[in-house]
Design a protein around this ligand. Structure first.
Ligand SMILES: Nc1ncnc2c1ncn2[C@@H]1O[C@H](COP(=O)(O)OP(=O)(O)O)[C@@H](O)[C@H]1O
Ligand SMILES: [Mg+2]
Length: 276
């Protein structure tokens, strides 16, 4: 159960306090303070190179801050925490990887919750359920290196969820998935937040597939950030100020469409529903 703070509110499970990070003299983001309580769903948006994946690495304890603090469940973030699940940004596994699809998911099972006394049959049932949840039953016995990028991505989502994490960090988990599988993976992540009370940090290029589940948005650009509800942040005035150039946000058939002119001669770039 989540701890309760003296004032009756829920204790944050993830906390950044005045956090700053950069490389080689370039600041990616600075003075970022953020608390997430159990069950909260945060979407992280921003252009390429704005530090979204780096944020997840900080939360995983893989990347040190230049200054500030990062805590998971009240302790400094550290590598290998069994309370944290991670869906990495897509990379393709080598063809010769000596694992079947079901092995990849089984690797995510947490030894503390599924200790040595757990019967192998129970482990298999968990893996089978996760395979089904991400629509991977048909390729359960296949060597992972022979699967498509999208098929591998669905297994990574299942692996991250296998240990029933309290904090779920997702780096563009819908990338290269078709609509049907986007919905399946989104549903799994939503359940982890709403039914299992996990705090979710969801890096995405596209807000629309998850917008109905999002509590807050963290938007990075030009070394700055804005945070708030989607209605507060994804607005023309807010994004124009963040980018220091005109950005239009319009709602079209229930979707948010973000448009910007990138002046390159008379070239006009329109970005449909994505992030600049
Ligand atoms: N360990 C590192 N050393 C040096 N530069 C890094 C390191 N990690 C990330 N960067 C740089 O920081 C910037 C932001 O990277 P990243 O967080 O991956 O961006 P995003 O996920 O928003 O596209 C990039 O320019 C990247 O090259
Ligand atoms: Mg990234």
């Amino acid at each position: 159960m989540a701890e309760v703070e003296p004032d009756g509110g829920r204790a944050p499970v993830l906390r950044l306090d005045d956090a700053t990070i950069g490389f080689h003299g370039r600041t990616l983001w600075q003075d970022l303070s953020l608390d997430l309580v159990p069950g909260e769903f945060l979407a992280v948006l921003g252009p390429n190179g704005s530090g979204k994946s780096t944020l997840l690495k900080v939360l995983l304890g893989l990347q040190r801050l230049n200054s500030g603090r990062v805590e998971i469940a009240g302790r400094p973030a550290r590598r290998g925490s069994s309370r944290v699940g991670y869906i990495p940004q897509q990379q393709t596994l080598p063809v010769e990887t000596p694992l079947r699809a079901r092995d990849l998911i089984a690797m995510g099972l947490d030894g503390h919750r599924f200790g040595l006394r757990t019967r192998p049959r129970a482990l298999q049932a968990t893996v089978d359920q996760l395979l089904e949840d991400v629509g991977a039953t048909d390729y359960a016995e296949m060597p992972v290196g022979l699967l498509s990028g999208g098929e591998q991505q669905r297994l990574r989502a299942a692996q991250a969820l296998a240990s029933d994490p309290d904090v779920l960090l997702c780096d563009e988990p819908l990338h290269s998935l078709d609509l049907h599988h986007q919905q399946a993976v989104t549903e799994l992540i939503r359940r982890q937040a709403q039914e299992r009370d996990a705090a979710v940090v969801f890096v995405t290029h596209e807000i629309n597939p998850v917008i109905e589940h999002v509590d807050r948005v963290l938007y990075f650009a030009r070394g700055q950030y804005r945070i708030g509800t989607p209605e507060e942040v994804i607005r023309s005035e807010v994004l124009s100020e963040l980018y220091d150039s005109p950005v239009d946000v319009i709602e079209h058939r229930g979707r948010l469409v973000i448009m910007a002119d990138h002046v390159e001669g008379d070239h006009c770039h329109v970005d449909h529903g994505g992030v600049l």
